[in-house]
Design a protein around this ligand. Structure first.
Ligand SMILES: [Zn+2]
Length: 83
């Protein structure tokens, strides 16, 4: 790999899979086991454009064409001022 972390300048990355949370217009999609490269120094994660496009496409299918996702979870929401 010949790239450099745009945050810290480090050149070493490790390949791993992570949980990716896609957010758009107040709607969310969680995708598990998404491949990425993580900077070994600062932990910044880099995703390939085609990986992000796939997630974006899936998001659109679920929210605009009503495709059933694998799972649906409920997420608790709080206002900080009320805690
Ligand atoms: Zn870095």
């Amino acid at each position: 790999m010949s790239k450099i972390c745009s945050f810290c300048g480090n050149k070493n990355f490790k390949i791993k899979t992570v949980q990716y949370i896609y957010r758009h217009d107040g709607k969310f999609l969680i995708v598990n086991d998404v491949p990425c490269e993580e900077c070994e120094y600062c932990g910044e994660q880099y995703f390939k454009a085609d990986v992000l496009k796939k997630i974006e496409k899936d998001f659109m299918e679920i929210y605009s064409t009503g495709r059933e996702p694998k799972h649906i979870i409920q997420i608790p929401v709080e206002e900080f001022a009320e805690l």
